[in-house]
Design a protein around this ligand. Structure first.
Ligand code: SF4
Ligand code: FES
Length: 569
């Protein structure tokens, strides 16, 4: 995004310091730019402003001018223009920065307001922090410590509300913890487009609930858990599994479609416990689909391949590469690459096809897009295959050409990079006519029929990059070690390239990028380490006219790639 022109900026003064911010910035965000925290609950930068928690109260004032002459009124004590402070505090979330606006965030009046709001919020809140699943990321707990009075004057019995109410299949509500901020209601209406939540009853009896006959079961329901500032909404999958402060956070990408939502994988001692969205304002804001949060379960799902196999027997990798070289020497080869592979793997798949002088295909995987963050192309990286030159056009729905070449005897051996050829429509009889070399994470009909099988890694067990529907290249990182027996895909592919008589290429991401940047025009100005956490838009030039499957979704319009960011390649 281009930086705002100076004329679009307004200067405000926060706690005695001036800062220029774009017009329309609210006071919470303006203060954030100065490193000043204005505590808040109901405000969320990606939702509408309702101003119902009152936690963000600040003092505001405007420079004084003489009503008659319009000349600045100078304070004789300081020699500076006097500020007319408003007699009452105002909420920062609903106040936009105006030229000359003065804000106090730490005055006695502001502190008194915050203590009052915290006291009211805690009146009916249960004191169950030690057993609450939100511990470690509870805004109420943090702000009670930072801005609360430290004691309560409330001696009456607390209001008791329903506990453990399932709102839907994945979200549990503990109503007594709810501070009625309405973030979950606004998210459901404004982002998920599923108007399912609302408040019922009055005053301290107000209760969050689903509308009669409805459940919170849309594919974005778990975002309400992420944005709930307290422990009222929890994930039935993650609830009581692990304390968050024990978990390591690793940046990753949602691979269920080409939308490429940015994620954080939370793991401990080799086990993944949950996946949450990572903010990227150009791709997914702060959201992700529920369906992308369970992908980590494939790491330990039944059928995981865990040993190199040749002709049905367990084998050492070196022996399998030798067997592959023998198959390659017989010629009549084909390569089936994958739109699920990383850019680095696709580059090596291309190198393998070149070394074998074999045609390469990709398996298409198209479904229905939801218009938010699950796109129609269920392959996360078809554009990576175009960028690396593995394919030159979009994959077709079926491997018809490959089938015809097998039928005609032109192809007698197929290398499949993670694709189940039977599921892709080749047919069992046709598969039995060819020698298959299969790389993949899980057993399937193709791995069963394959002569040589290399067990490889899931996206959570390796490093790499993917190019999403916006032609944005984004990195994912290894969150947990690979299962015992599995071999890094890059090591297997580099070994197969060597077995095919191709060049010796590094089997790790860093050294591969040296080769890729030298050979792939779209990647030439980049280095792996130079790709920022939020990714980088590539030039879609040569491929912009292709009829991609995706329709419009969050931050994506077909044919309108993400703008190149200022100051970046
Ligand atoms: S459940 Fe959480 S997000 Fe929803 S209104 Fe209550 S406190 Fe806010
Ligand atoms: S953040 Fe709730 S009123 Fe401003």
């Amino acid at each position: 995004m281009n930086p705002p022109a100076p004329t679009d900026l307004v200067t405000v003064n926060i706690d005695g310091r001036d800062i220029a911010v774009p017009k329309g910035t609210n006071v919470i965000e303006a203060a954030r730019r100065l490193g000043v925290d204005v505590p808040h609950y109901c405000y969320h930068p990606k939702l509408s402003v309702v101003g119902n928690c009152r936690m963000c109260m600040v003092e505001m004032g405007m420079p004084a001018v003489d009503p008659a002459t319009k000349a600045p009124v100078i304070d004789p004590a300081t020699g500076r223009q006097r500020v007319n402070w408003m007699p009452r505090p105002a909420i920062a979330c609903a106040t936009s920065a105006a030229p000359g606006l003065h804000i106090r965030t730490t005055s006695p009046m502001v502190r008194d307001c915050r203590e009052g709001v915290m006291e009211f919020l805690l009146i009916n809140h249960p004191l169950d922090c030690p057993i609450c699943d939100q511990a470690g990321e509870c805004r109420l707990q943090e702000q009670a410590t930072g801005y609360g009075r430290g004691y309560s004057r409330y001696i009456e019995p607390k209001n008791v509300k329903p506990k453990r109410t399932p709102l839907g299949p994945r979200v549990m509500l503990d109503d007594e913890r709810c501070i009625l901020c309405s973030r979950c209601i606004r998210f459901s209406t404004e982002v998920a487009k599923d108007d399912v939540l609302g408040f019922t009853d009055r005053g301290s009896h107000t209760t969050l609930t689903c509308f009669p006959g409805r459940r919170l079961e849309n594919n974005y329901s778990l975002n309400t858990v992420d944005i709930c500032p307290v422990g009222a909404l929890t994930s039935t999958d993650f609830r009581f599994k692990m304390r968050v402060w024990f978990l390591k956070q690793t940046n990753s990408i949602d691979t269920e479609s080409s939308a490429g939502a940015n994620t954080v994988v939370w793991s401990r001692e080799g086990t993944v416990y949950r996946i949450t969205p990572r903010q990227n304002d150009a791709v997914n804001d702060t959201w992700m689909a529920d369906s992308g949060r369970v992908l980590y379960k494939e790491i330990r799902s039944p059928g995981r391949l865990d040993s190199v196999r040749v002709d049905g027997g367990q084998s050492a990798p070196a022996f399998a590469f030798k067997a592959a070289a023998e198959t390659f020497a017989r010629g009549r080869l084909a390569v089936v690459g994958s739109g699920r592979s990383s850019v680095e793997e696709q580059f090596l798949t291309r190198k393998l096809a070149e070394a074998l002088r074999a045609p390469a295909w990709l398996v298409s995987r198209v479904g229905e897009g939801d218009g938010i963050l699950v796109s129609a192309d269920r392959n996360p990286n078809v554009r990576g295959a175009l960028v690396t030159g593995l394919i030159s056009g979009l994959p077709s729905a079926a491997l018809d050409e490959l089938a015809a070449q097998i039928d005609s005897g032109k192809v007698s051996a197929v290398v499949s990079v993670g694709e189940d050829l039977l599921a892709a429509g080749l047919g069992a009889e046709r598969l039995s006519k060819v020698a298959v070399i299969y790389l993949g994470t899980h057993a399937n009909a193709t791995s069963e029929a394959a002569r040589i099988v290399f067990p490889t890694l899931t996206v959570f067990e390796k490093d790499g990059t993917l190019v999403n529907q916006q032609f944005r290249i984004q990195r994912f990182a290894r969150a947990v070690p690979g299962v015992a027996g599995a071999v890094d895909d890059l090591v297997v592919l580099a070994g197969l390239v060597a077995a095919a008589g191709g060049p010796a290429l590094g089997g790790d991401v860093g050294s591969l990028w040296t080769s890729m940047a030298a050979e792939v025009p779209a990647l030439r100005p980049l280095t792996y380490a130079g790709i920022p956490d939020e990714g980088l838009p590539l030039d879609p030039g040569p491929w912009s006219g292709l009829p991609f499957a995706e329709g419009a979704s969050l931050h994506f319009k077909p044919g309108a790639p993400a703008p190149r960011e200022a100051g970046r390649a």
